[in-house]
Design a protein around this ligand. Sequence first.
Ligand SMILES: C[C@@H]1N[C@H](CNC(=O)CCc2c[nH]c3ccccc23)[C@@H](O)[C@H](O)[C@@H]1O
Length: 449
Amino acid sequence: PAAFAQKYSPDWTSLKAHTVPNWFEDAKFGIFIHWGLYSVPAWAPPSGELGKVDMSRWFYQNAYAEWYLNSIRLKDSPSYKHHVETYGADFDYYRFGQAFEQQNRAWKPQNWASLFKDAGARYVVLTTKHHDGYTLWPSKVPNPKRPQGGINSPRDLVGDLTKAVRGAGLHMGLYYSGGLDWTFETRPIATMGDLRTTAPQTEEYARYADAHWRELIRLYQPSVLWNDIGYPKLGKPEALFADYYNAVPEGVINNRFSVEYSDFTTPEYAKYDKITPKKWESCRGLGFSFGYNQVEGPEHVIAPEALIELLVDIVSKNGNLLLNIGPKPDGTISEIQLNRLNALGAWLKTNGDGIFGSRPWVRPSAKTTAGGDVRFTKKGDALYAFLLGRAAGPSTVVGLTLAPGSTVRLSGGRSVAWKKTGDGTTFELPANSPAAGPVALSITPAPAA
Ligand SMILES: C[C@@H]1N[C@H](CNC(=O)CCc2c[nH]c3ccccc23)[C@@H](O)[C@H](O)[C@@H]1O
């Protein structure tokens, strides 16, 4: 029997030999899931997107519903007011565990797996422990701050979803809040400075976080290590990374372990504006929150067309979109979130050929003479041009020159007439684009530039 090469050793030179596997490059679209005790109150002021709210206000009006515990520790926050009115001032946050554990008994993970598959997602990343310290798997690692327990899900939510997601042919990744754990540090965070000083740095916590990641890798062999908001300085990420890659050769590691090394970067409610050679993944909620927020309405949630255009833009620049869903405690998903997933899935069903398995072209974008936006991807000998907005009728893409005899098709196969003009190439698009979202054209052979 071939000896299993223990290929990686715990040093950066060895780890740098790891390359981003094709499955992650090809995947383009993943589903993030934030599910936990915070899903019970499911309440946050929809104050705006991260990056669009002044940091001096962000923590007091935190739009992230998964930050509920911190928000109710800030006595002049809208969340504290809501908490007192709804549960009473002396209702301890961790008592939400009873409702969460009772309600998720009804949850059927295969329903999520088929929903995400139909949406066109190729991988899933689930929170295993968020900042509140509650673990979504029955961890055997004792929490020294909770000797009496009550911080671990009795049901193996992580394992149940992993099995269902892999059964549907998707990759399974795991999120872990390495940087913050509010069972170790209970001081409220009102500023970015507090965020740094409340990140637990004891040897005890570093051992706890390392042991948790190692338990998760041993139990589930996740395809993605999605650590969040930093890692304790006394933690041993390089040893963790080497053991992880030896156990999961096609695994990928994100850039939030407080070390230089990563397989991919993780702009949050943000994206790059040009082709970025290092693999990246943009994450965001459908609204302003990752955890389910019951007060979010259509005015806070990204529109279907904007969501599809966001994915196309990110893919044209070498990124993936990790789109978050915030489920209710019983595992059901709100109508508006289902609506957006279905819109994206419907568009990808017809137009996904130029998305999945594609790579960036020589340039990511162009304009039409009508001022419309165009995004490019390349796959095999085809160039794909996505005309954003409701492109219809004769549309001229500026600066694009096709070789004579090139074939142009709409996704789904219908051929499209084209001609060279002074500005570029004019395509005779159908008079009205049937479904929402960009018109996708495949052009073979792909022009050189
Ligand atoms: C996927 C999201 N990641 C958040 C942490 N984000 C980051 O560390 C990068 C962006 C960032 C920098 N400083 C912050 C302060 C508050 C929230 C986000 C950030 C988490 O706080 C949030 O709850 C959710 O899990």
